[in-house]
Design a protein around this ligand. Structure first.
Ligand code: AMP
Length: 245
């Protein structure tokens, strides 16, 4: 990555069902239950936010902007990013009814449009969103912008080491850092930081779905296992099943 003072960083922050929630399939199998369910910032995006804030603290970045494409509640996710140290936020609002049909291709097109006006030097996204597990948005965004991409980053150092030239898209791996908690004073300060609202129409992006969800199913229930007393027992059982000779 080329050495540069005051990089402008755009960070993706998706609002997803909290990682600790046991996800339930809707009775009509059209999706998963989201109403009344705890949502949080996608864990990989917390890591992306942390990295952008650290780059600011090290004076490698001049400004860090968070962006979330989602329902009105995504503003809470953006406020968390602001409380972690992001300077300002952009919310591209998607009505709740359209949310289930929102796919990485739409998000990457919206992000690309915002990149045209914001002109960031670096976009940091999570390597994947834990709700759809797509792992596509960063790669699609880099392709749309025709920018270099560094996916699953475990270390970002804009220094003498040249790995990727900016502007570039980076997606964060779990090993990249350990995100900080937002402190109460910073949560209060975050309420006053700028948060701009946009719509897909304003950005000229068509949200027509490219894929259709036929049915969402629970994973098959795993059969109970059995405990064995010794290695000999284990080998005996495996032999019985013809798994070892
Ligand atoms: P995915 O391709 O859906 O697995 O998402 C990969 C990454 O793209 C996420 O970790 C986010 O950083 C970014 N991203 C995906 N969807 C959104 C969204 N709705 N709003 C903001 N960023 C998003």
């Amino acid at each position: 990555m080329a050495a540069s003072k005051g990089l402008k960083i755009l960070v993706g922050c998706k609002r997803v069902i909290d990682y600790a929630v046991k996800v339930r399939v809707k009775p009509d199998r059209s999706g998963v239950v989201t109403e009344g369910v705890k949502h949080s910032m996608n864990p990989f995006d917390e890591i992306a936010v942390e990295e952008a804030v650290r780059m600011k603290e090290k004076k490698l970045a001049g400004e860090a902007v968070a962006i979330s494409v989602g329902p009105p509640q995504s503003q809470e996710t953006l406020r968390t990013a602001l409380a972690m140290g992001i300077d300002r936020a952009i919310h591209v609002e998607i009505p709740l009814a359209q949310l289930e049909k929102l796919q990485p291709i739409h998000v990457s097109k919206l992000l690309a449009k915002v990149c045209e006006s914001e002109k960031p030097d670096l976009v940091i996204l999570g390597k994947q969103a834990i709700d759809d597990d797509c792992n596509q948005t960063g790669q699609m965004l880099a392709a749309l912008l025709d920018w270099p991409q560094a996916t699953f980053a475990s270390k970002i150092e804009p220094s003498q080491t040249i790995d990727v030239s900016v502007p570039a898209v980076v997606t964060s791996d779990l090993r990249l850092n350990e995100p900080r908690y937002a402190t109460l004073p910073n949560i209060m300060k975050a309420k006053k930081k700028p948060l701009a609202k946009m719509s897909p129409d304003q950005l000229g992006v068509d949200l027509q779905p490219r894929q259709e969800v036929i049915s969402v199913e629970d994973p098959p229930v795993r059969k109970a296992g059995a405990k064995v007393e010794s290695v000999e027992d284990l080998v005996g059982k495996l032999r019985e099943k013809g798994l070892v000779k």
